[in-house]
Structure formats: C-alpha cells, structure tokens
Ligand binder design. Sequence first.
Ligand code: SF4
Ligand code: SF4
Length: 96
Amino acid sequence: MDCTRCGACCVAPDIAALDKPLGLRCPHLGADNLCTVYERRPQVCRDYQPDAVCRLIEAPTLEERVHKYLALFELTAEADDVRQRGCYSMRHARRG
Ligand code: SF4
Ligand code: SF4
C-alpha cells in the first residue's frame, strides 16, 4: 500500500538511532506530521516501508493511530510506563 503520511510510524515505535522512546513523538516530526529533516533522516527511517500495519491502524487522528499501533503490538502498558517515567523525571526536574 502507499504511505498516507499519517505520521504514526514517527510516533509509535521506539527508534534507537534517534534515541526516541516508545510512543513519544519524534522531535523531527513537524506539526503537519511530515519529517522536518527528510533529506538527512537516519537510515532506519529511509528503510521503513508502508505495510499492512498502516491499514490496520487507520483512524481519524494521530493519537488514535498511535494507540492502535501500540495495542496491535501489545505495547500499550510499556508505552504508558515510558510516559509516566517521563512525567516523573519532569516533576523531579521541576522540584530540583
Ligand atoms: S504508519 Fe504507514 S501510512 Fe503512516 S506514515 Fe508511516 S508508513 Fe506512512
Ligand atoms: S527522523 Fe523524520 S522520518 Fe524519522 S522518525 Fe523522525 S520525523 Fe519520522
């Protein structure tokens, strides 16, 4: 299938080459859900091909698509944990 530029694969998976945690938006993803560093994006992003997963996670909003992606791979709890730890460290930083 063709890529619909839905943005989900730049948010849902963890991407080691970018040090991007599971379920968190890549900092290079623009507000229009397009890559802002497209010409110099890492190889892992260049190699990524749309597949059946893209259709399985189709939904009206990016948030819903990410939710469906994480659920499909049974990563919802892990992603929640990542988010909570993020919140914790931000709280911790504010306290410090
Ligand atoms: S999840 Fe699939 S359709 Fe959406 S941007 Fe990525 S490759 Fe394209
Ligand atoms: S570098 Fe670009 S293509 Fe790769 S995950 Fe980030 S926004 Fe997506």
